[in-house]
Design a protein around this ligand. Sequence first.
Ligand SMILES: *Cc1c(COP(=O)(O)O)cnc(C)c1O
Length: 489
Amino acid sequence: MKFIQTRGNDKIHPDEVEFSEAILSPIASFGGLYVPKELPNLSEEFFKKHLNSSYKELASDFLDIFDIDIEKEAIQKALSLYDNFDDSSNPVPVVKIEDDLFISELYHGPTRAFKDMALQPFGSILSYLAQKRNENYLILAATSGDTGPAALETFKNKPNIKVACMYPGSGTSDVQRLQMVTEDGKNLKIIGIDGNFDDAQKALKSLLASDNFKAKLKEKNISLSAANSVNFGRIIFQVIYHIHSYLELVRKNEIDMGEKVYLNVPSGNFGNILGGYYAMKMGLAVEKLVVSSNENDVLTRLINSGEYDIRNSKLIPTTSPAMDILISSNVERVIFDICGAKRTKELMSALEKERYYKLNAQELKTLQDIFIAGSCSGEEGQEYIKSSFEKGYLLDPHTATCFKTYESCKGSGIKTIAYSTAEWTKFSPTIANALTGEKGTGDIEALKAIASKADIEIPPMINELFTKEIKHPDVIDKEQIESEILKFL
Ligand SMILES: *Cc1c(COP(=O)(O)O)cnc(C)c1O
């Protein structure tokens, strides 16, 4: 499989690259992204064959068909990381909620959010490539809370990779922060930034623009890579669980093979739902992809009106912070499929310069043939958490946004698979507030309150965070970041 670029070629980058190249250096010409040159088709036989196979067998066969330039052994090793999920025989359980609503739980990995689904195998493959090429890579990450822990967990003690992760000193939950600052790999640097997520992202950008920093990296023979969801090495693993979830419904006799379903995804940077989009294009029977947003509803407005408009938008802090976004990077890959490289470059530069672009009627129609969208407020989310709990299912505030969009799909005769992207343990104060009305508690009190009310246990990897030694206590000023990271390197 070759990869091409969403904004065309600047004649410095090669026209096409292999998978390994696309994941080691994920930023393409003109700041664009890499996309597969043509998607393979999954045959009826493929789906039938995998009705009886394990998650890993499905994944392995899928990657085989995708024809990526990674040795079989390295792929097997990467996929074996799913054995560490709660149930090694089924890392992604699918639960029935209503006659036509199913929840696919993507959070059963080590850091209890869906980021593990892709980052676990991705980290293994990136480190394998770096070793094979005898190169050293630095992964720079700015996190609002879920990507950081998942990236640290996957790269911890991996050869030829170092990670510097910046998180907002004010902004993450206690659990998210503790997951980062208690990590003890020698190749990890975790820095709290005095400020919010925006400040952390700005710090990352100025680092990437610093000539001094780049010169020092070169001196030390270190290349930069990225582990955020613009990296296709993450997207590829996010196609597989959409196919798996569908097959689970067939296995449970809830749908016939070939019957269409809705895939409903709580969306931020659009990486999760992009996996569903590629699965659909490769042959999975999908009626529509349903984009669920919170109050930061840029994606919903784009799909409903054709306008990407952030001229007067400010980021609104919500109770589903992993979906708080203004520029949702992965939409570009869909825009490219609809409009081609020339137009994509035009639209993306309009977004950068004018904070606005508008699709024409034909482009919008194509987009709406594939996607529907809706947004859910924090208050509505709290109601869904409460009513769902009363019926016996505990939701997190991101997953709750799907319940709003499901309202317009239910009873249509077409079943919905909604995705749960985080365990209740990661956003416990919000959930405790929905269930008991109490406010302003820390995570540990909220965890205990929910555990007692729901009569469940706090999972050990969360519970032990509160007594683990803190290895990275520093919260520093933005000005000191560069020298701190250089010291670490
Ligand atoms: C990252 C994340 C999302 C958003 O996923 P995207 O792929 O960025 O759309 C939603 N929910 C949770 C809990 C997340 O961690």
